[in-house]
Design a protein around this ligand. Sequence first.
Ligand SMILES: [Zn+2]
Ligand SMILES: [Zn+2]
Length: 224
Amino acid sequence: MAAIEDYLRSRPRWVRWREWLSGRRYLLAPFQDRPRPLVIVAYAFADAAKAQELRLAVARDWREVPERCRAAYDETLAKAPGLVVVQLRRKNICGCLGHRHMVVREAPFAEPHEAFHGAGVGEMDIAYERVATWQALPLSDTALDTKFLEGSRLEEFRTAQFRLRLLSILLHEISHLVFPHEPEASIRERSLAFYREALANYVENAMASMSLTIDRSFSRFGED
Ligand SMILES: [Zn+2]
Ligand SMILES: [Zn+2]
């Protein structure tokens, strides 16, 4: 990760200026439990908040999903290119959530560089507005909304849900990069299973902490 940061900083000043003025920014998002792949979020300055959510999804939420969710992607991540560039966009003209790219187009990563230490580079795009409105699991998504609406933690829930969606789409597109001949249906089945279980785990923990708060206030009445 430090090598990539150094590389981005060490490029000629005019290149960095042009990039800065055009509003292009990069965020590095490492998985905490493995050295590779390093996710590089490429985004427009205006989308900085969404880019941070994607970084958090990889660098923090991944560690907190159940072990079996991570295990399902062990092989995929082990075989993934060392560097995975995600072009984070507001929307795609075709309306898709994301795509893998056949060739890397993001300028600083389009050509091999010694700073990559021989790591391969893969690229994809993710359209975040589409992700936010995506009904991944129509029935349970709506049921959960109601649950958290009652608990008045709906905003917090929706943000966590958005990050888990980003994470599942990232893993979905990495699977396409690693297994180009695997059918869409089976890649989709895995990424939806990941999302379903990771979300259920989040909900379970959130509900436990909510009822803990309620229990405490009740027991306060009971004491003394
Ligand atoms: Zn498309
Ligand atoms: Zn797909």
